[in-house]
Design a protein around this ligand. Sequence first.
Ligand code: MRU
Length: 359
Amino acid sequence: MASQSPFPTLPATIAWREDALYLLDQTRLPQESVVERVTTVEEVWRWIHELRVRGAPAIGVAAAYGLCVAMQPARQGTLGEFHAALKQHAAYLDSARPTAVNLSWGLKRLMRVAQRADAADAKALYELLVAEAVQIHEEDQAICAGIGEHGLSLIKPGCGVLTHCNAGALATTGLGTATAPLYMAHQKGIAFRVFADETRPLLQGARLTAYELQQAGLDVTLITDSMAASMMAQGLVNVVIVGTDRVAANGDFANKIGTLSVAIAARYYNIPFYVACPSSTLDLQTASGADIVIEERRDHEVTHLGGRGIAPPAIRVRNPAFDVTPHDLVTGFITERGVVEQPFEKNLAALFAAGGGAS
Ligand code: MRU
């Protein structure tokens, strides 16, 4: 399995070698690049829950390999025991985070393989699951490349692009989703500037997006979230491209908290707003954004910064990790099959209902 990152200076976010899962700890970037071997299902759950591996596509790939790790002890048992353990471990891993549909999508793909397989024994069934996880991993890389190709024409010479959170290489196993058109434009010698929102509370924009774009030699400027509208007002932003954790059938989508404010500001300033959407993140079973479960995380992430308290003790806090942007603020979805424009309900279904989408 190709486990090399497209960036010589960045280790692969996820690698599977000789039946072992290796993950890059994203909570330690950009100060240190630490890859660890993850050996139990509980560890995989914690890595996903604690955002050590994060970003919707990366979560899907990690969950698929994580389920293989979980099933390793069951290789010695009967097929019946294997199926029972598989169900239990998949449900457990699925509970690690609720919003990114890629988590349940990756797990369901392995469950479907197990249901349909005619394996001679538990060991043979395990090998089929590993093969499916490797396929999910390889598909993710191809999907990122497809998004890059379809989004490339949005990156014009001299333009300013704004992005929020990290929908980059670190959030996937390839070129990223929102970043794929940027990396491809850069490779083609197109000069442009990227504004990366820092993305409070966990600073994925500052720690990860600014880092990976800078490492790859792109012209990137870090701003705080509250500066995005001001950059737009100054005419410095020509297009916004963000990632997503789940796109509902009508085109409403969930992404990192703060995306909604960016979309509203972009509409006010008449700036095109695109969502990079791999088919693994499209959930046609969810009718609208109102049905998307939004993860609420610990108060500590809001009351502390870099380990230091920044708020009065016992203050009441809200910490939704994502928000939902209504589809009418979206110019288009950049998918691996093409750019989907309004009306989204009809056009997303036409492109993905048969043989595609996460559900
Ligand atoms: O909480 P995170 O860091 O997992 O949130 C990530 C995002 O919101 C990304 O924009 C999204 O997963 C798309 S990644 C290609």
